[in-house]
Design a protein around this ligand. Structure first.
Ligand SMILES: NC(=O)c1ccc[n+]([C@@H]2O[C@H](COP(=O)([O-])OP(=O)(O)OC[C@H]3O[C@@H](n4cnc5c(N)ncnc54)[C@H](O)[C@@H]3O)[C@@H](O)[C@H]2O)c1
Length: 661
């Protein structure tokens, strides 16, 4: 069978041979045993409803084995034999170009070079699923290959409920992931209902088919590092950035430090991960001796060398040693996995990596004590530096939260709502006021031809648009424009593509619209093939997350999720090709509601109309909410948007004279 025929057949009418469990693949860990015997029967019944009854006797044994061994039913036997990767859009079967673009993006999210646990359909973050099992994948691809532009496919947490009649301007696919009745949104609820096969954790871009590999996190981290230096009025050249973690996301920090142009020192306790990052070229040097590291840093600072130095050891040792040596740290942060402190996310100081792993399994109580002791020492050392002028910020990894729970000295002396800690989070100080409030956020695109030349042309187009725009941009947003021009100019050289030919940059509503419009024109003129436009959910409007994306909302509304819901509803009727809304992502199940979109630009007049209508809303929705929360940058930005678009009328806040209280 050809690739096209395999897609079109969906779930095969004859059972394929069982597949051996491949040990050379990175597999998802065994999930927690959570179902009762009765619930296990229900999970099996749920799984078997995808198949004709004549196959049930054979499949029930196999699915039961998967449930017992892995805690989930993945239906490994149904994994397709063709290579999993994004193909040229012309290779996909079907009647709708939009549907073909979605197939391309789904396959990119499951590409072995992109996905973390490809056989379990997990793209990133340990549990970020595109689907829960292979039957869902096969059925979804079949539906997409059959659908017309007068139909919409409804996705219930990985399950394709079906094709429903709609119209050409409606989204081709509507995705929900993990939407729960609020009282059933605790971590164990995910374990249970995911094991039953009725919901899944979509993370942010996994379950919305918009993940493009590590490029997104490199870009976001670069912007953060650049702005952190600005916050302290210092050029990155010769400046010192100290942080930790060379893992999945944290590993972007040294590369971002290099792109920003500073000296980066990054501690990592895991020797294997340290070597991998070094071999990949994400960090320049590995050091194991603190005295040598200090000398190396001094030399790099003096010569303004751009270099990233990994310290193989505990981050606490670095903070303490640099204090003793009076080495000035300009910017400090942390990206150990403190959202998961007791199971390997954060390692205690004063013992080896192996000792910690043994203690974690054999004496979890003592391990917890050691972690908390380390957190207190960690915070104490940071405090010594901040007293000397270091600028420290929390990087969305729950460092301040866990340090406070451990009794570390991190609480503010004068706490106010949203300012409980003595240090800010990166969104409170940097991303929120400098980017999101002005509408700057992620615009990403994928060239559906799969050609690197197309990506290069789109890079050039985006750069040209931004360079034109910056001529007339107000002072307030000049810096963000400059950063992104610098980023897009260096993007080819930094070789950030993994999987599909994709790019990301930050732009405001006007920038996103103008770039998209220019792409659509280039497609119309035959300069490039069709482009899928999208964004990640770490953005101005798409995400309500009180300790991350919306942590710089101080009117008390940061625990509401109206903005994200409005966003996805609004995108859906303004022309998105697909929309998604998720519970969980980044900070955890129950902690965030986030949504996104995908849009196919095919060079048509319809695409031109849709992109203008939808992108304007997709950004200005969040700016209006941030403005209503009295964020001054957002008040500025929404007034400017109203001047440019007479049909926009937003309720503006009145500011109260503090002396009245
Ligand atoms: N701000 C953001 O935009 C953003 C984005 C992604 C992730 N995060 C958060 O950042 C954290 C890290 O994410 P990740 O995907 O890199 O996780 P990860 O678990 O892959 O990496 C963390 C690394 O820290 C190392 N580590 C733990 N304790 C250490 C210590 N005391 N000293 C030195 N090294 C230590 C671990 O060995 C591990 O390699 C998570 O909490 C995540 O939620 C924030």
């Amino acid at each position: 069978m050809t690739f096209q025929e395999q897609i079109q057949q969906g779930i095969p009418s004859q059972l394929p041979q069982p597949k051996p469990y491949e040990t050379n693949i990175n597999h998802a860990p065994k999930r927690k045993e959570i179902l009762t015997d009765e619930e296990k029967k229900l999970a099996l019944k749920n799984a078997l409803r995808y198949f004709e009854p004549k196959f049930h006797a054979e499949l029930i044994q196999e699915f039961k084995k998967e449930l017992d061994e892995f805690g989930r039913i993945y239906m490994y036997r149904f994994r397709p034999d063709y290579e999993m990767k994004a193909r040229d859009i012309a290779e996909y079967p079907g009647k709708s170009e939009q549907a073909k673009a979605i197939m391309l993006m789904i396959q990119n999210n499951l590409d072995y070079a992109v996905a973390q646990h490809p056989h379990e359909l997990i793209t990133y973050g340990g549990n970020g699923a595109v689907f829960s099992n292979w039957a869902q994948y096969l059925l979804t691809m079949k539906y997409l290959s059959e659908m017309t532009d007068e139909q919409t496919l409804t996705m219930y947490s990985g399950h394709p409920m079906g094709l429903f009649p709609s119209h050409k301007d409606a989204p081709r696919v509507v995705v929900t992931n993990g939407m729960m009745i609020p009282n059933y949104s605790k971590p164990d609820d995910w374990e249970k209902f995911n094991a039953l096969g009725v919901t899944q954790y979509g993370q942010m871009t996994a379950g919305s088919y918009m993940y493009i590999g590590p490029q997104g996190i490199v870009h976001g981290t670069t912007i953060t590092v650049l702005n952190a230096f600005r916050k302290i009025n210092k050029e990155p050249q010769g400046g010192l950035f100290v942080t930790s973690g060379l893992g999945g996301m944290s590993g972007a920090q040294p590369k971002a430090g290099n792109i920003a142009g500073c000296v980066t020192v990054i501690a990592e306790v895991n020797p294997k991960i340290t070597r991998i990052r070094h071999d990949q070229g994400w960090v320049n040097e590995i050091h194991e001796n603190l005295d040598e590291l200090v000398e190396r840093v001094r030399k790099a600072q003096e010569t303004q060398e751009v270099v990233s130095l990994a310290y193989l050891g505990n981050i606490v040792e670095v903070w303490e040693k640099f204090d003793k040596e009076n080495l000035r740290i300009d910017i400090g942060s942390d990206q150990t996995s403190l959202h998961n402190p007791w199971a390997g996310g954060y390692y205690p100081v004063g013992q080896s990596f192996e000792e910690s792993n043994t203690m974690m399994a054999e004496n979890p109580e003592l391990f917890k004590e050691k972690v908390q002791e380390t957190l207190r020492r960690h915070a104490a050392a940071i405090n010594k530096h901040t007293e000397k002028g270091t600028y420290f910020f929390d990087y969305g990894n729950a460092f301040l939260l866990e340090a406070s729970r451990a009794g570390a000295d991190v609480m503010s002396e004068n706490p106010t709502l949203g300012r409980e800690f003595k240090f800010p989070s990166y969104v409170q100080d940097i991303m929120g006021p400098m980017c999101f409030d002005y509408g700057f956020g992620p615009l990403r695109w994928v060239c559906t031809s799969g050609k690197p030349e197309d990506l290069q042309k789109t890079d050039e187009i985006a750069c040209r648009v931004l360079e034109e725009m910056i001529q007339n941009s107000p002072e307030e947003i000049q810096q963000q424009m400059k950063d992104n021009i610098q980023w897009i100019k260096g993007a080819q050289e930094n070789k950030l593509v993994v999987g599909s030919q994709a790019r990301i940059l930050y732009a405001d509503a006007e920038g996103r619209m103008k770039i998209a419009e220019a792409f659509n024109k280039a497609i119309k003129n035959g300069e490039i093939g069709a482009v899928v436009l999208g964004r990640d959910h770490h953005d101005v409007s798409g995400t309500d997350s009180p300790y991350r994306e919306t942590s710089n909302i101080y009117d008390g509304s940061r625990f509401t999720a109206d903005m994200a819901i409005h966003n996805v509803i609004g995108d859906s009727f303004r022309g998105a090709t697909w929309v998604s809304i998720h519970n969980g992502g980044g900070v955890g199940w129950g902690e965030v509601i986030n949504g996104g979109f995908g849009m196919l630009l095919d060079g048509s007049d319809d695409a031109d109309r849709r992109l203008k209508s939808m992108l304007f809303w997709d950004v200005n929705n969040g700016i209006s909410r941030r403005s209503w929360a009295r964020n001054e940058g957002a008040v500025f930005a929404i007034k400017r948007a109203m001047e440019a678009e007479p049909n926009l009328k937003v309720t503006l806040p009145n500011f109260v004279d503090e002396s009245l209280f």
